[in-house]
Design a protein around this ligand. Structure first.
Ligand code: NDP
Length: 280
């Protein structure tokens, strides 16, 4: 893990705290319809060089991710698959069962990364204990969490000797969680940015548009590159071929310090998803 430099490519990987490597760019498939849409998006992405796919049991498209990967002929070892434990499956035994079900649906023997989707009150510790078992038994190469705040991470670390490999959170210049980034960096937890494109809500922001125009890129590419230059793993979602390609064309330019500073100053605590801040 750690800061990634200018010499990135779509093959670039970050090393997680347990030694597993994760491609720094992945395709997200939230709100990508199950069936043909998901399969087409994954196939298209593979064609453009993506090797990292981010699904979840609640997205309903785990099977399609697995099928598209199998159809591509790429070997299992060359692709990185993340899925997530849904809230209603939290608890020790149910976490083990949920992982087995996800493995079956995807059609693989192991996950590269399994995440607790959300810090559900009263259940997350037991779920984390089960995640450790899944790691030890080889069902998952890495385990982590999602939507955890510093408070949730502190609690987890005080009760377990297993440090999450990843914390996947909403992160973009409009929700620039600098303290959380610093905390995760210090604890060797890789931060992964979901909704890196603000789900489209700020792609037309004048400052982002101006930077994009100055470097002959588009706003989505600027936001993805911003995350990469902050050392994040970034997982933009699209179902459109043109955008899936554009979103991967972020490795042949560099944002200057000035541009990074402008983007760093755009925080407005924008949440386009759920907000875990007040979860006890
Ligand atoms: P993103 O910020 O990735 O934005 C996706 C939206 O932007 C879609 O509407 C897409 O439309 C559009 N878009 C994509 N590329 C471009 C482009 N180049 N130009 C203009 N518009 C574009 O949002 P997500 O919330 O989907 O986040 C990404 C991934 O993160 C998810 O798919 C999921 O895997 C993960 N995630 C995890 C969560 C968690 O709780 N752990 C919560 C939310 C997301 P179109 O498809 O039509 O191109």
């Amino acid at each position: 893990m750690g800061k990634l430099q200018t010499e990135l490519s779509i093959q670039s990987k970050a090393r997680l705290n347990i030694g597993v490597e994760i491609p720094v760019l992945g395709l997200g498939v939230y709100q990508t319809s199950p069936g043909r849409s998901t399969q087409d998006a994954v196939r298209t992405a593979i064609g453009f060089g993506y090797r990292h796919f981010d699904t979840a049991r609640i997205y309903g498209n785990e099977a399609d991710v697995g099928e598209a990967i199998r159809d591509s002929g790429i070997s299992r070892e060359d692709v990185f698959i993340t899925t997530k434990l849904w809230n209603s499956d939290q608890g020790f035994d149910s976490t083990i069962r949920a992982c087995e079900s996800s493995l079956k649906r995807i059609g693989v023997d192991f996950l590269d990364l399994y995440l607790i989707h959300f810090p559900v009150t009263g259940l997350r510790q037991e779920s984390w204990r089960a995640m450790k078992k899944l790691l030890v038994t080889g069902k998952c190469r890495a385990v982590g969490v999602s939507n955890f705040t510093i408070r949730h991470l502190d609690e987890l670390l005080s009760r377990s000797d297993l440090v999450p490999a990843v914390n996947q959170v909403e992160f973009n210049p409009f929700l620039y969680q600098r303290e959380l980034l610093d905390y995760c960096h210090a604890k060797k937890i890789q931060l992964e940015a979901y909704s890196p494109l603000t789900r489209g809500e700020r792609l037309n922001h004048p400052k982002v548009a101006r930077i994009a125009a100055q470097i002959s890129r588009n706003p989505a590419q600027v936001l993805i590159r911003w995350g990469l230059q902050h050392g994040l793993v970034v997982i933009p979602k699209s179902t459109r071929e043109q955008r899936i390609r554009e979103n991967s064309q972020v490795f042949d330019f560099h944002l200057s310090n000035d541009h990074m500073q402008i983007l760093d100053s755009l925080n407005e605590d924008l949440r386009t998803n759920w907000d875990p801040s007040n979860v006890a």
